[in-house]
Design a protein around this ligand. Structure first.
Ligand code: NDP
Length: 324
C-alpha cells in the first residue's frame, strides 16, 4: 500500500532497499550526505529519513517536521540517537537479520588470519605450488586455543556458538556479566586480552568503546596473540595496532572495519601479518535485502501508528516507540 509520506534517503543506500522504499513511499534521494541537494522548500515535507551510516545533527536540525530516522545497519553509531530523542525523533536500526551472516564472516576472517588462507590461495594461483613446492606450514592453528570476545551480544553469541562447534574455549568482556552463558567473564578488556590467545571485537562503536583496544590491551594479548575486529574501527587505537603488528607486540590481525573508512592506512596494507576486508561482514545480497526490508517495515509501522519493530534503546527510553 503506497504511503504518501515522503522518505528522504540520506546519501548512499542499498539498491534493493531503495526499491522497497519506492514501492511503499515517495522517496527523495540525496546522492551525497548533504542536504544542500534538497531545495529548502522541500525540506518541510520530510517526516522520515532512511540512512546507512552517518547523519549529522545539523541535518536533523534542518528538517523541521522530521519524526523518525530509520538506520540501515545494527550499529547506529553514525546517528546521535540521544540527540534525536531530545527532539522527539525516533531512531530504528536493523538487529537480528544480519547476525548469522556477520558471525559466518567473522569465522572466515579468523580462519584466513590464523591459517593464512589468502596467502595460500595466492601461492596456488601464481603457480608456485608446481614451480616452487607446497605452501609453507602455518605458524598458527586454532587447535587448543582460547578465544576472547569483546561484545557478547547478538553477534558475539552467534560467533561463540560457532567457536564452540570448533571445540575452542571461550571467554568474554561486556560492561555487565551475562546470566545465560557459562563462558568465563572478565570485567576488564585488558584482563580478557591477557587470558586469551585470540581477541575478537564484536562490540558497538561510539563513545563507550572509543579506542578501547589500545597499546596496553595489545601488550596484554601478547606476541603470539591474534586480534580480529568486526565491530567498529573506532574501537581500536589504529596507530597503536599498526605499531604492535610491526614490532611483534602481537602476531596477527584480521580486520573488517577501520577508523576512517573507506581509507585503510597504507602502513596497514603493507603489513604481511594483517588480513583486511572492506567492511563486508553483512554484505550478501540476501542479508542486505533483509536489512532494507526491516528499514521499510519500521517506516511502515510508524506511518500506520503501529509499534516500531526495532527502535534503538535511546528511543525506547524516551517513549518513542510509535507515532503519537
Ligand atoms: P548487541 O547490542 O546485541 O551487542 C553488543 C554487545 O557489546 C553487548 O553484549 C554489550 O554488552 C557489549 N558492549 C556494549 N558496549 C560495550 C562497552 N563499552 N564495553 C564492552 N562491551 C560493550 O549488538 P550486535 O551484536 O547486534 O552488534 C554489535 C556491533 O557489531 C554493532 O553495533 C556494529 O558496530 C557491529 N557490526 C559490524 C558489522 C560489520 O559489517 N563489520 C555488521 C553488523 C554489526 P554490555 O551492554 O553489557 O556492555
Amino acid at each position: 500500500q503506497p504511503n504518501d509520506a515522503t522518505v528522504l534517503v540520506f546519501g548512499p543506500f542499498n539498491a534493493d532497499g531503495i526499491a522497497e522504499l519506492e514501492r511503499r513511499f515517495t522517496a527523495r534521494k540525496l546522492q551525497k550526505r548533504d542536504l544542500a541537494e534538497l531545495p529548502e522548500a522541500e525540506r518541510g515535507a520530510i517526516r522520515a529519513v532512511a540512512v546507512a551510516g552517518h547523519i549529522p545533527n545539523d541535518a536533523i536540525d534542518a528538517l523541521p517536521r522530521l519524526e523518525i530516522i530509520a538506520h540501515f545497519g545494527v550499529g547506529y553509531d553514525g546517528v546521535d540517537a540521544a540527540y534525536a530523542a531530545s527532539k522527539g525523533i525516533a531512531v530504528t536500526n536493523t538487529p537480528d537479520v544480519l547476525t548469522e551472516e556477520v558471525a559466518d564472516t567473522t569465522l572466515g576472517l579468523l580462519l584466513m588470519t590464523v591459517r593464512e588462507l589468502g596467502q595460500a590461495e595466492a601461492h596456488a594461483r601464481a603457480g608456485h605450488w608446481e614451480a616452487k613446492g607446497p605452501y609453507p606450514l602455518t605458524r598458527f592453528s586454532l587447535r587448543g586455543k582460547t578465544v576472547g570476545i569483546m561484545g557478547l551480544g547478538r553477534i558475539g553469541l552467534a560467533i561463540a556458538r560457532r567457536l564452540e562447534a570448533f571445540g575452542l574455549t571461550i571467554a568474554y568482556h561486556n560492561r555487565s556479566r551475562r546470566s545465560d552463558v557459562s563462558y568465563t567473564y572478565h570485567d576488564t578488556l585488558a584482563g580478557l586480552a591477557k587470558a586469551v590467545d585470540i581477541l575478537i571485537v564484536a562490540a558497538p562503536g561510539g563513545a563507550s568503546t572509543d579506542k578501547a583496544v589500545n597499546a596496553d590491551v595489545l601488550k596484554a594479548l601478547g606476541s603470539d596473540g591474534i586480534f580480529i575486529n568486526i565491530g567498529r574501527g573506532s574501537t581500536v587505537d589504529e596507530p597503536a595496532l599498526i605499531a604492535a603488528l610491526k614490532d611483534g607486540t602481537i602476531a596477527r590481525a584480521g580486520l573488517d572495519v577501520f577508523a576512517d573508512e573507506p581509507r585503510i592506512p597504507a602502513e596497514l596494507l603493507a603489513l604481511p601479518n594483517a588480513v583486511v576486508l572492506p567492511h563486508v561482514a553483512s554484505a550478501s545480497r540476501d542479508t542486505r535485502r533483509a536489512m532494507g526490508d526491516l528499514v521499510a517495515d519500521n517506516l511502515s509501522a510508524w506511518f500506520a501508528g503501529e509499534p516500531l519493530p526495532t527502535p534503538v534503546p535511546e528511543s525506547v527510553k524516551a517513549g518513542l516507540t510509535r507515532a503519537k
